[in-house]
Design a protein around this ligand. Structure first.
Ligand SMILES: NC(=O)c1ccc[n+]([C@@H]2O[C@H](COP(=O)([O-])OP(=O)(O)OC[C@H]3O[C@@H](n4cnc5c(N)ncnc54)[C@H](O)[C@@H]3O)[C@@H](O)[C@H]2O)c1
Length: 380
């Protein structure tokens, strides 16, 4: 482990606060500063975690020469402007999903990252969740055989969430279901990228929700082509007026085995094995539930415990943990980002890959508005 410590500042202290104890425990980080607009809430968080450097203004934070890296967890419309400002100020940037809300913003971030040579990483939780890491390991070991099809689904009821959510086009927040489909086909230094997308909008949300983004669809469902591959992936999103328990799920259909993540929360995933003349299987023996192991061994010892959401809550007295800690992904994200800042390994996803994952959703929504026309995904 390199001796240098990256001085991290976290912006946005709802979801963002969950990363504070992880950066505090990581041997390569100094959890240096926090930022949110409300002074009272900022102080409450700073006092709880013993962080002295506090900013209510993002503009002031990025002027602080002691900050090496900014981890952005503010509302969606702020992601791109804050990422650009931080890169321009010479900071490394980790940003929660999505990268941006338009192709133009994605392009600007990719260009700014290239110009400055600083790290940009979109902090996509799914590609570090234990279920994804398990499926990836199965594929890389050859157990799934050839990938024939991929399917991601992210359904969430966002009624009652902060004011940037109501009416948001479902595909404008699609990275949780898009990213595993592309990440599993990626190799180190060679990310699989989406080439074009076809999307249909289905159903209709309440009239008062439609007005905000001029988007009527209850569900958006898209298929996208992976460049240089014969694999097609399908993703489905819903945010409002749809009866469905929270689902963040990812299925890989292989020629030898298939992995299906989730039907109902907390059910174990299923592996389907293809029957063959050498190893015939009855229909009832084809699917088997599987207990997914933890991948904490990939992490430095002091942050391994953070793969277990209960441990974080107990130790840090957090009153809530969004998404149950997202499959133990948070410490993996923090570690990958820090190692990228130290030049030890590339960020995954890096800026162009983050842009591609985000653009699948942005272009999918454009396709849905055009009645399902194919839309090419700009290469950045
Ligand atoms: N699985 C995941 O990857 C995942 C899970 C949850 C949330 N998120 C993302 O995290 C972000 C935050 O989610 P949340 O639920 O905590 O939202 P929230 O609206 O509850 O909190 C946003 C935080 O940002 C602060 N903030 C707002 N504007 C700011 C500004 N201009 N400068 C500095 N701070 C500012 C607020 O004070 C607050 O602390 C969202 O963009 C969401 O998409 C991602």
């Amino acid at each position: 482990m390199p001796e240098k410590k990256i001085r991290v500042a976290i912006v946005g202290l709802g979801f963002g606060a969950e990363f504070i104890p992880i950066f505090q425990a990581h041997p390569s980080a100094e959890m240096y500063a926090i930022c949110r607009r409300s002074q009272a809430e900022l102080d409450k968080c700073g006092d709880r975690f013993g962080i002295k450097v506090r900013y209510t203004s993002f503009a002031d934070l990025v002027k602080d020469p002691n900050v090496d890296a900014v981890h952005i967890n503010s509302p969606i419309p702020d992601h791109a402007p804050q990422a650009l400002a931080a890169l321009k100020a010479g900071k490394h940037v980790a940003c929660t999903v999505p990268m941006a809300t338009s192709a133009d913003e994605c392009q600007q971030i990719v260009e700014q990252q290239r110009k400055t040579g600083k790290v940009y990483m979109m902090m996509e939780t799914v590609v570090y969740a234990r279920e994804y890491l398990f499926a990836k390991e199965l594929y890389d070991k050859g157990e799934l055989g050839r990938i024939q099809f991929l399917r991601g689904s992210h359904q969430q009821d966002m009624d009652g969430w902060p004011d940037y959510w109501p009416g948001l086009p479902p595909m404008h927040y699609a990275t949780h279901c898009v990213s595993p489909c592309l990440a599993i086909l990626s190799k180190p230094g060679k990310p699989a990228l989406a080439e074009s997308v076809v999307c249909h909008g289905s159903g209709r949300i309440r009239e008062d929700l439609i007005k905000r983004y001029n988007s009527p669809f209850a569900i958006e469902t898209a298929t996208f082509k992976v460049a240089g591959s014969d694999v097609v992936a399908e993703v489905t999103r819903s945010l409002f007026d749809t009866a469905r328990q929270y689902r963040e799920s990812f299925d890989v259909t292989g020629s030898k085995k298939s992995f299906e993540w989730q039907q109902v929360e907390d059910e174990q995933p299923v592996i389907h094995t293809k029957s063959s003349p050498e190893k015939p299987l009855s229909e009832k023996d084809i699917p088997k539930r599987v207990k997914v192991p933890d991948f904490a061994h990939l992490l430095p010892e002091p942050i391994r415990r953070f793969t277990m959401p209960a441990a974080i809550q107990d130790a840090e007295h957090l009153s809530f943990l969004q998404g149950g800690g997202h499959g133990g992904s948070h410490p993996h994200l923090a570690h990958n980002f820090l190692m990228a800042c130290l030049g030890e390994q590339p960020a995954f996803p890096d800026a162009p890959t983050s842009a591609n994952w985000t653009l699948v959703g942005i272009c999918a929504h454009q396709s849905a508005l055009k009645g399902g026309e194919r839309v090419s995904i700009p290469r950045m």
